[in-house]
Design a binder for this molecule. Structure first.
Ligand code: ADP
Ligand code: TYD
Length: 201
């Protein structure tokens, strides 16, 4: 899309996506790039209802849950991602369709089908930064402040399954980055990959 670039950050909750996305955005801006930073679930009503659902602790039917994430992505692409790419901007998104592959796949849906449908409908990222971290460590980072004791085992079990799906992914645009070092070291590795692959920064 007219010279714009799309970089998606993926990984478990607590893998460091938002930390590293902000660091890359700052680096690219300092190098003169026109960067849009965005995330899913979005701030649009379609994303807010997902957060409300998650907060309420109620579980949706799995197919319905998939539809909600896909509908939110449709809005995200139409309102934010596609216009920015058309304008030649660099879009950094915190989560994108591989989150649906990994999370809804981990909950029981067909990962290959979700991937194929996503690639057919949505712009394919020029680069996916997959931050890899041990599920136990991710879990500890998220719960570092002692929040949320209930449901702990289900969540830990789900995170392990999500990690297993991420492990099986084999896409040419995917860079696996160790997420367990110092934030500044991880930032430098990501910057290097972005330079090599996209010539940016
Ligand atoms: P995500 O967006 O993937 O959920 P965050 O960037 O919000 O992850 O990080 C989750 C928590 O872990 C935050 O408290 C953050 O400060 C911390 N964190 C992020 N990166 C690192 C790192 N490399 N080492 C240790 N802690 C980190
Ligand atoms: P998260 O990145 O934690 O958003 P926020 O910090 O803004 O609340 O995402 C919320 C949860 O949604 C997270 O556990 C992953 C999950 N998720 C899916 O299950 N499928 C998807 O397609 C996406 C985008 C997220």
């Amino acid at each position: 899309m007219n010279g714009g670039r799309l970089i998606a950050f993926e990984g478990l909750d607590g893998s460091g996506k938002s930390t590293q996305l902000e660091r890359l955005a700052a680096r690219l801006r300092a190098a003169g790039c026109d960067v849009v930073s965005t995330r899913e679930p979005t701030e649009f009503p379609s994303g807010q209802r997902i957060r409300e659902m998650a907060r309420s602790g109620k579980e949706l039917d799995l197919e319905e849950e998939l539809r909600w994430f896909v509908e939110d992505r449709r809005v995200h692409v139409a309102e934010v991602i596609a216009p920015a790419l058309r304008a030649g901007r660099i879009v950094l998104t915190d989560r994108y369709y591989l989150s649906t592959v990994a999370y809804q796949g981990a909950r029981g849906l067909d990962t290959q089908q979700i991937l194929a449908d996503s690639e057919a409908e949505f712009p394919i990222p020029d680069l996916v930064v997959l931050l890899e971290i041990d599920p136990q460590q991710a879990f500890e980072r998220v719960h570092a402040r002692g929040a949320e004791i209930e449901g702990v085992f289900e969540r830990r079990e789900l995170l392990s399954r999500v990690a297993s799906v991420f492990d099986t992914l084999d896409c040419s645009n995917l860079e696996r980055i160790p997420g367990d070092g110092e934030p500044s070291e991880i930032e430098a590795i990501i910057a290097e990959r972005v330079r090599e692959r996209l010539g940016l920064g």
